[in-house]
Design a protein around this ligand. Structure first.
Ligand code: 13P
Ligand code: SF4
Length: 331
């Protein structure tokens, strides 16, 4: 009865709201279930540390899509946000893809609804569409090539210079890419609500405190933040920079979840999260509310009941698969 009620409530709640026996060891149970059901747990760098620590694989959007494309597990549990799990499902139609909380969305993906995007495309005939992976399957189905922040420059460089391009949905990443590649891509007006929030003034205050620190930023950040950055890159790019650069300290303008891996892989470095404009966070750092919807409890329930599951209608899936495959071939 409890499970039936919880399934009924799933669309509103996003997750299975079922009380968990306090006497069980959550991590032992997760490990038992994943083994029993041959599940691979894929986690993004923005997940909370305890989730990253139990994952089979932790990575950026591209590495996670690549891991999903080649897994031989029977089931995928995606500790990330909806578009990531949806991409995994598009690549694995015959596997169950579990997302611990269906309401783990993304402000960028939500900024581009299908009908408005169709109109936008009509206004720009003869344009090729390059979409950031942070989009719904609907938008991917209207896209020629998908990209992530790790491979965007390479993907754009593969397109003839005289071919006009629409870039969607992130205007900050798009503007950064226009600058880097000398293109004049038409940009969709979307933004990541987390990366838009970094404060240049607060970063510069920190820089006064740590003059030897390098400022590093994700390209979803605003131009004013990117202009003061010593290095700009995807989450894996930022991690690699911290590991390999000689500087003793780094001010990091991306979601604070990445600091967990950075601490593990560069334990001697001073890592300072860049603060957002509005200081209502307890950590004085930027946290993605969607990524942070996932918890160990929700992962346990998802593994136990094999819900919530991400579904993609077959005709849509086939269309959305083409630009994802193009990206994987070019990466
Ligand atoms: P990457 O991990 O690809 O850099 O993307 C960051 C992000 O915002 C994911 O939503
Ligand atoms: Fe989306 Fe931004 Fe959250 Fe990434 S950090 S999932 S782009 S809202």
């Amino acid at each position: 009865m409890q499970i039936e009620q919880a399934i009924q409530n799933l669309p509103n709640k996003g997750f299975l709201d079922i009380p968990i026996d306090k006497n069980i060891n959550l991590i032992d149970e997760i490990n038992r279930l994943r083994k029993e059901k041959n599940v691979v747990i894929l986690a993004h760098y923005y997940q909370v540390p305890e989730i990253q620590d139990i994952a089979d694989f932790v990575g950026d959007s591209l590495a996670l899509a690549q891991a999903a494309a080649k897994t031989d597990a029977d089931m995928i549990l995606f500790a990330g946000v909806h578009f990531m799990a949806e991409t995994a499902k598009i690549l694995n139609p015959d596997k169950k893809v579990l997302l611990p909380d269906l309401l783990a969305g993304c402000s960028l993906a939500e900024s581009a609804p299908r009908e408005k995007f169709e109109e936008f495309k009509k206004k720009h005939p003869n344009h090729l569409v390059v979409s950031y992976v942070n989009t719904s399957a609907d938008i991917k189905a209207l896209t020629d090539i998908v990209c992530t922040s790790s491979n965007a420059e390479k993907i754009i460089a593969s397109i003839p210079k005289d071919q006009p391009i629409i870039f969607a949905p992130d205007k900050n990443l798009g503007a950064y890419l226009n600058k880097k590649t000398g293109r004049n891509m038409v940009l969709w007006d979307g933004a990541c609500e987390v990366h838009e929030e970094f404060s240049v003034d607060k970063i510069m205050e920190l820089k006064k405190e740590y003059p030897e620190a390098k400022i590093i930023a994700h390209p979803e950040s605003r131009e004013s933040v990117l202009n003061i950055a010593d290095y700009i890159g995807s989450t894996s790019g930022l991690l690699n920079y911290v590991k390999t650069n000689d500087a003793p300290a780094f001010i990091i303008a991306t979601e604070a979840g990445i600091l967990h891996k950075m601490k593990q892989e560069a334990p001697d470095k001073i890592l300072i999260p860049a603060p957002p404009l509005t200081d209502d966070t307890s950590c004085a750092c930027a946290e993605c509310p969607y990524m942070k919807r996932n918890t160990l409890e929700k992962i346990y329930l998802a593994l136990k009941y094999e819900l919530p599951e991400v579904q993609v209608e077959e005709e849509l899936r086939k269309k959305a698969l083409i630009p994802i495959q193009r990206m994987l071939e070019l990466s």
